[in-house]
Write a protein of this length. Structure first.
Length: 210
């Protein structure tokens, strides 16, 4: 994976400051972080797999009403959950996956059963009614890719530097009031976005998949 330093070098070249006399890493990294967040949102809008993730099968204890510390740390928003029958091991066995039903609010007055059935996303937490037996749960979700905080940090998105370089330069130009340069480099970044999007698809591109 490419490092942030590649995008920072590209941005400085576009801003005619290869010696980093004005546009140092300290000056550019906050702008790179903004561009990185933009790129993640754009990839999500295009249904890119790089910002989608699936958890391992997580063990939800009897009567537990959320995942607690098991909720994935990089989870932004869940979009699908499956629950599994759980058999004590060794080996532990999860079987019979069934898609759970998402609710805006969990139904009131529903007694716990041997299945979780429902889930809701409230205050950045996946919650359940709870069940009378332990259950396995697998979460499919939109994930957050950590924005680089140093020049030596990884971008985390294949070919991301071809968007981040010109877009970081554009944000730098905007910060000093040069909107003509901002618009020009933003157009360059957007033109390069198609390359970034295609790079995340792997073999799907060759197979013609969506």
């Amino acid at each position: 994976m490419a490092l942030a330093s590649i995008a920072l070098t590209q941005a400085r070249t576009l801003l005619n400051d290869d010696a980093a006399t004005l546009w140092t890493d300290v000056a550019l990294l906050p702008k790179l972080a903004i561009a990185h967040q933009e790129l993640q949102s754009m990839l999500w809008d295009q249904n890119s797999p790089v910002v989608r993730e699936e958890s391992s099968t997580l063990l939800v204890a009897i009567a537990a009403t959320d995942l607690g510390v098991l909720q994935p740390a990089d989870l932004l928003v869940p979009f699908r959950l499956y629950e599994y029958d759980y058999a004590v091991g060794p080996p532990v066995v999860y079987s019979n996956p069934v898609e759970m039903t998402e609710m805006i609010f969990l139904p009131l007055g529903v007694a716990a059963t041997t299945k979780l059935i429902y889930w809701a996303w409230r205050e950045e937490k996946i919650i359940f009614i709870g069940s009378t037996v332990a259950r396995g749960v697998r979460v499919q979700y939109r994930k957050s890719i950590t924005a680089p905080a140093t020049a030596g940090a990884e971008i985390g998105i294949t070919l991301g530097e071809v968007y981040l370089g010109p877009r970081t330069a554009a944000l730098g130009a905007m910060s000093v009031g040069n909107m003509e340069v901002h618009n020009s480099y933003t157009q360059m970044a957007m033109a390069n976005f198609a390359r970034v999007l295609a790079a995340q698809r792997g073999q799907q591109t060759a197979l013609g998949g969506a």
